[in-house]
Design a protein around this ligand. Structure first.
Ligand code: 13P
Length: 253
């Protein structure tokens, strides 16, 4: 089964609109007509429109870092799936651990957002992952299994092919401490198994599962050599053109 690798840069709260446009201009030049991996950038909301304009006609796809579940209404500060779609996004990151930690996101709100995103033609990148405490207690599989089930609850089987799951162990985010390729592979296989059981083995087979957490040019190759790692969701290293480009063009082992 060939799953096209997907490399996404989650810029979090970094770069102004002007810096974002400059960045993608340089990234595009660096990558040229590269098409072996799918490349996605997720700038802050206010940079989406100018970046979308600059990316027109290129192979680089755009993602939002979040969206609300309602289409419109009195929800001050929120951005809806149709708005995200309209501005030119193909993807939307949902349920990042920072949103869960600082903004009260739960599996239930993630599930609502995933459904709304899919209903408006967006491809959700759904984030799951355990804390250090949970890993040390031996709760990784129970916790991540529940996250996957609850976040995907009530979805149709066909939806599985449209989404990406990102496994991001919280202890590896921004810490420089990556999960070993074996640790990541183990959880990725487990997630694929949960999806196979809950939906279908065929759906699980095509589902792309990204790893996230201190992915850098010098560890991407060994991570991508694992059979169930289909890409990376990159924070820090996606903010620099050279390092993100190197991650995009990882070496197959
Ligand atoms: P870092 O790559 O900076 O560890 O961040 C990972 C992440 O949270 C991507 O969504």
């Amino acid at each position: 089964m060939m799953r096209t690798p997907i490399m996404a840069g989650n810029w979090k709260m970094h770069k102004t609109a002007r810096e974002a446009v400059e960045f993608v201009t340089r990234l595009q030049k660096e990558l040229g007509d590269w098409e072996e991996t799918e490349v996605v950038v997720a700038p802050p909301f206010v940079a989406l429109a100018p970046v979308a304009e600059r990316l027109q006609g290129t192979k680089i796809a755009l993602a939002a870092q979040d969206c609300f579940w309602e289409e419109q209404g009195a929800y001050t500060g929120e951005v809806s799936p149709p708005m995200v779609r309209d501005v030119g996004c193909r993807y939307v990151i949902i349920g990042h651990s920072e949103r869960r930690a600082y903004f009260g996101e739960t599996n239930e709100t993630v599930n609502k957002k995933v459904k709304a995103a899919l209903a408006h033609g967006l491809h959700p990148i759904i984030c799951v992952g355990e804390s250090l405490e949970q890993r040390e207690r031996g709760d990784t599989f129970t916790f991540v299994g529940r996250q996957v089930k609850e976040c995907l609850q009530g979805l149709e089987e066909a939806a599985i092919q449209k989404m990406v799951i990102a496994y991001e162990p919280i202890w590896a985010i921004g810490t420089g401490k990556t999960a070993t390729p074996e640790q990541a592979q183990e959880v990725h296989t487990f997630i694929r198994g949960v999806v196979a059981e809950t939906f279908s083995p065929q759906g699980a087979e095509v589902l792309r599962i990204q790893y996230g957490g201190s992915v850098k040019p010098d560890n991407v190759d060994e991570l991508m050599a694992q059979p169930d790692i289909d890409g990376a969701l990159v924070g820090g290293a996606s903010l620099v053109v050279e390092s993100f480009a190197r991650i995009v063009r990882f070496e197959r082992r």
